[in-house]
Design a protein around this ligand. Structure first.
Ligand SMILES: Nc1nc2c(ncn2[C@@H]2O[C@H](COP(=O)(O)OP(=O)(O)OP(=O)(O)O)[C@@H](O)[C@H]2O)c(=O)[nH]1
Ligand SMILES: [Mg+2]
Length: 426
């Protein structure tokens, strides 16, 4: 049973229904209320009685409340509901989904961190309550709760340490990939925007990701599901481009109204977005202009603050639009998404234009021509250049080899340094 209270207007249950479905629940009924928050029950007390009746009639096992329930409210609502019926709020529901899908060490750590951060203020509240009730001469509960609190804090700091060492390894791997001549492009956007579908469109056959663990999204034949948070970990694949070697990374989608502790817990998953050379911000263009606007604003808040790379907005699902609708939406949102690219990841429409756009937006490469005396060292440098750059021409004359190529500035600098060390043939 899903339930939601709003201060004014009509409560929209679309998203909470989809979240519940993503967590594996079968939604059998709903309840909404428009009124100010009740301190004890969130809903009005009469409404909670109605909720109880509906739960009984539908034989539901769980009530999912799309509001930020305090511990006290959770307890009170649970007390009115039939025995054994669980009360879950939006955040615990999201944590449940993440917990189910966490299939790498990193994802598991992030879920654990989020859970601990959720518990911490509750443990703190309990400890200070217990302390107040402590009477002299008794071994008060306060001591016990304080140790629980300390324990949570210790676990949080251990998980943070482990996550930061994973983050360091990932950063080193990104640098290694850049040194090998790859540009790193990341897909970002709300959950269900079509990131994974687009990834499969852009991807070449070659799968480069030995280390990130198998992910169902890697499977070319895998159908994207119309479900929230299909992708939780990151997946990286080589993209098929004309000129540049691009590695594309798909990652967890954004979602509205997440508390900061939850977002922060998943921060390191978004590192691949923050540290990319280019970000493709995918939006579902079949949604209303209002929804698109809200999502664009939130995405920009998240990205502009942290991302170092240029951002290209991709309007996806254009196959679902009526004639003229795309132009209207692009015009209405031109302030937030100037020069957006329109595609259908499903049909492939616009994907060629997107490829061109990616190549145009990637940081410029430099041209260089090296003239080397022919030697073994020189030949191994030439083959290094082939591995890390795009060679335009290689020619031999008078015991010299000339190689002209294009590469990212750091690669050009490295090639020059190596060339300076090449000793002339005897
Ligand atoms: N009609 C249409 N549907 C699309 C298109 N692209 C994706 N979809 C559908 O949208 C749903 C979500 O697609 P995904 O690619 O899983 O979305 P995602 O952004 O990876 O979602 P998360 O992994 O949950 O963040 C699926 O049902 C897709 O089949 C498109 O261009 N047109
Ligand atoms: Mg996905």
């Amino acid at each position: 049973m899903v339930a939601k209270r709003v201060d004014a207007g009509d409560a929209d249950l679309t998203e909470i229904r989809r979240l519940a479905a993503a967590a594996g629940y079968d939604v059998v009924g709903e309840l909404t209320q428009t009124r100010t928050e009740d301190a004890a029950f969130m809903f009005g007390e009469g409404k909670v009685a109605t909720l109880r009746d509906r739960v009984l009639a539908a034989d539901a096992d769980c009530v999912v409340v799309d509001n930020d329930l305090g511990p006290y409210q959770t307890f009170n609502v649970g007390g009115v509901l039939p025995e054994g019926v669980a009360v879950v709020d939006r955040f615990t529901l999201i944590l449940e989904i993440f917990g189910q899908r966490a299939n790498t060490r990193k994802a598991q750590l992030q879920v654990e961190l989020a859970e601990l951060r959720y518990e911490l203020p509750r443990a703190e509240a309990k400890a200070s309550l217990a302390k107040r009730d402590e009477r002299p001469g008794f071994m008060g509960l306060g001591e016990y709760d304080e140790s629980v609190e300390r324990d949570i804090k210790r676990q949080i700091s251990e998980i943070r340490d482990e996550l930061s060492s994973i983050a360091k390894k990932e950063q080193a791997r990104r640098e290694q990939r850049r040194d090998s001549g790859f540009d790193l492009v990341a897909l970002a956007g709300y959950t269900n925007a079509g990131k994974s579908t687009l990834m499969r469109r852009l991807a070449a056959e070659l799968d480069v990701d030995e280390n990130e663990g198998r992910h169902p999204d890697l499977d070319r034949t895998a159908e994207s599901q119309d479900m929230l948070f299909t992708t939780l970990g990151t997946t990286t694949r080589r993209a098929a481009m004309d000129r540049r070697d691009v590695l594309l990374t798909d990652t967890v989608g954004f979602i509205a109204d997440l508390p900061h502790w939850l977002v922060e817990s998943f921060e390191s998953t978004l590192d691949s977005v923050y540290r990319a050379d280019l970000v493709l911000l995918v939006v579902d263009a079949s949604e209303s202009v209002e929804t698109m606007r809200e999502k664009l604003v939130t995405s920009h808040d998240t990205l502009y603050e942290r991302a170092e790379a240029p951002i290209v907005t991709v309007f996806n699902k254009v196959d679902r639009l009526a004639p003229g609708e795309l132009a209207d939406k692009q015009a209405a949102l031109s302030g937030l998404a100037p020069n957006s690219v329109a595609v259908s990841a499903r049909t492939g429409a616009g994907v060629a234009e997107l490829r061109d756009r990616v190549e145009a937006e990637l940081p410029d490469w430099e041209r260089e021509r090296l003239l080397l005396p022919v030697s073994d060292e020189a030949m191994s440098l030439v083959s290094w250049v082939y591995d890390h750059a795009h060679v335009d021409e290689e020619s031999y004359a008078d015991d010299h080899v000339a190689v002209s190529f294009e590469a990212r500035p750091s690669v050009v600098a490295k090639a020059r340094a190596k060339a300076a060390e090449v000793t002339p043939a005897q």
